[in-house]
Design a protein around this ligand. Structure first.
Ligand code: IPE
Ligand code: IPE
Ligand code: MG
Length: 253
């Protein structure tokens, strides 16, 4: 199974090694609107096509041996979009969870949500809680869905919590270390990102995982998210495996 996955269909040479698989991969699922516009379709069609892609990427990531996949679905800044688009996206998220969570569950995927979930509708919050509960004990890939997520918002919320703990005397300022801060974030279980993927030819972070991306490797593609396939993911992982990560140190001799 793995053997065929690691090979390009037309070539014998494996494109990724089963060693050095990134543990935590993050994807900014971007370019749905441009994909639709190019086809003369409304942006909503692009969002729908983008949602359809996610399932196979989750399964592909699990097959490769990635432990955590964090995907950016809706940012704290995306509320600035026209109301019609925002409400379409909210109903799409709901519909997506209703239609796909049991499939993910059958594939042993654990679903978690990161972001300011309390800022979403009650109905969506309930579906989110149910999805997390249903899949809580799954041992395969952890899918972290970033909805109403902002990297700065996450850090501000963590800071407020820490200040409250200092005020109540349960936390000393010396206890605030880098690992303590990591544990206060939504991503506490899978913090540092190994590989960040952004499709659609934009080369920016857009407020995603600001703390967690400190030493991530970045990979960009001109493909729009609805065009992204398992092969694209393999390509990104293959590129990652060629990188030399130094974390501020020196190259190993
Ligand atoms: C990403 O696609 C989905 C969301 C931000 C919700 P976009 O809607 O940003 O698509 P483009 O970037 O306009 O093409
Ligand atoms: C980032 O994309 C957010 C998501 C993909 C959910 P945007 O389309 O919102 O980012 P900008 O505005 O191009 O930076
Ligand atoms: Mg965009």
């Amino acid at each position: 199974m793995l053997k065929t996955l690691f090979k390009r269909s037309s070539a014998e040479k494996p494109i990724i090694e089963d060693q050095n698989i990134p543990r935590h991969v993050a994807i900014i699922m971007d370019g749905n609107g441009r994909w639709a516009k190019r086809r003369g379709m409304p942006r909503s069609m692009g969002h729908r096509a983008g949602a359809d892609v996610l399932k196979q990427i989750v399964i592909g990531a699990d097959e490769i041996g990635i432990k955590a996949l964090t995907v950016y679905g809706f940012s704290t800044e995306n509320w600035k979009r026209p109301e019609q688009e925002v409400s379409f996206l909210m109903s799409l998220i709901k519909e997506y969870l209703q239609n796909n969570v049991s499939y993910m569950h059958e594939h042993n995927v654990r679903i978690r949500f990161i972001g300011h979930i309390h800022g979403l509708s009650e109905e969506l919050q309930e579906i989110i809680a149910e999805s997390e509960e249903l899949t809580a004990n799954n041992t395969g890939l952890t899918l972290q869905l970033a909805i109403n997520y902002g990297g700065r918002d996450e850090i501000v919320r963590a800071m407020r919590k820490m200040v409250e703990s200092v005020k109540s005397g349960t936390l000393q300022s010396d206890d605030i270390t880098e690992s303590y801060v990591s544990e206060q974030l939504f991503t506490k279980e899978f913090s540092d990102v190994d590989l960040l993927i952004r499709p659609s030819s934009d080369y920016r972070i857009s407020n995603f995982l600001l703390w967690q991306l400190a030493y991530a490797e970045f990979w960009f593609t001109s493909l729009h998210w609805p065009e992204f396939t398992k092969e694209t993911l393999l390509e990104a992982v293959a590129a990652y495996q060629k990188r030399e990560r130094r974390f501020g140190g020196l190259q190993e001799e």
